[in-house]
Design a protein around this ligand. Sequence first.
Ligand SMILES: NC(=O)c1ccc[n+]([C@@H]2O[C@H](COP(=O)([O-])OP(=O)(O)OC[C@H]3O[C@@H](n4cnc5c(N)ncnc54)[C@H](OP(=O)(O)O)[C@@H]3O)[C@@H](O)[C@H]2O)c1
Length: 289
Amino acid sequence: MKVLILGGTGSIGTAVTQELIRRGHDVTGLSRSESSDRKLIAMGARPLRGDLRFPGDWAREAAAMDGLIQLAATFDEDMGQADTAAITAILRQAALHPERLRLIYTGGCWLYGATGRRVADETTPMRPIKPFAWMQKNANAVLASSAVSAAVIHPAMVYHQNGGVFDRYLQAARNAKPFEIWGSIATRWPLVQREDLARAYCLLLENPQLSGHFNASAEAGVQVADITGEIARRHGHDGSYVVRSLKHALIKYGDWAEGPTLDQQMGSDKLRRLTGWQPQFPSFREAQF
Ligand SMILES: NC(=O)c1ccc[n+]([C@@H]2O[C@H](COP(=O)([O-])OP(=O)(O)OC[C@H]3O[C@@H](n4cnc5c(N)ncnc54)[C@H](OP(=O)(O)O)[C@@H]3O)[C@@H](O)[C@H]2O)c1
């Protein structure tokens, strides 16, 4: 397939770009700088210069592709605005195009809010944390559009060899500092390893008959205590930690910091059943980090 990836140089996007190329797709990546051009070329993708915020420059080219994966995020105050502008322009251009574009939109586990004892599936009502409320709206817009064949993927918390969501804890371990826990050490996180997640994106892209929401987690909910315990064991840390309140985390890091404090469980039976997806790392303990 001819595929355009937005955010193909990011943490998740790098693995998705690599997996797309491994599977023989013809990959173009939206790029906003020379250094991103170079990263994409090194992976075997063609850079297309453009900014998520100014989709007028590239949306027509996007709509002429067979597939599009949205994994770009500015993580700035305009994150929702930029995503909305891009999605609106893509849907508008796709409506003018005779071939139906396959579109994979990225949501996330934080759209479910805290689930507590319930394991969220795709029928669970969404209660997104405030800074990501726009994402639910854009996911629904994509699914409601007849101009595209769309699926929305909701990644769990994504870790990889160099950290990902484990980053802060790995840094603490390296610097022999106590782990900083936001909220409670009993908080559960749904987890997925990055390369496993990349395969889920590709399976959804390649199966245009599949639409709707798809959760992508290898483990429904792992306590932060188990994650930090494993990191301490592997990296010679004494396991000590300090707990910071939600309020402290919000003031110090911004309103997105509510995400890691959510006690969540999220299952992925639908994705596994309909695509045959099987994570190679069913437990984070089997992966490198
Ligand atoms: N990481 C997780 O655990 C997780 C879990 C669930 C959902 N998600 C969602 O997945 C998405 C990607 O997350 P990530 O962790 O991979 O993010 P990331 O590492 O920060 O990557 C963001 C990507 O967006 C690109 N980008 C940023 N601003 C742009 C702009 N103005 N124009 C064009 N491209 C721009 C970046 O390009 P440059 O390389 O040029 O900066 C980069 O490729 C986000 O929507 C996030 O909410 C992430």
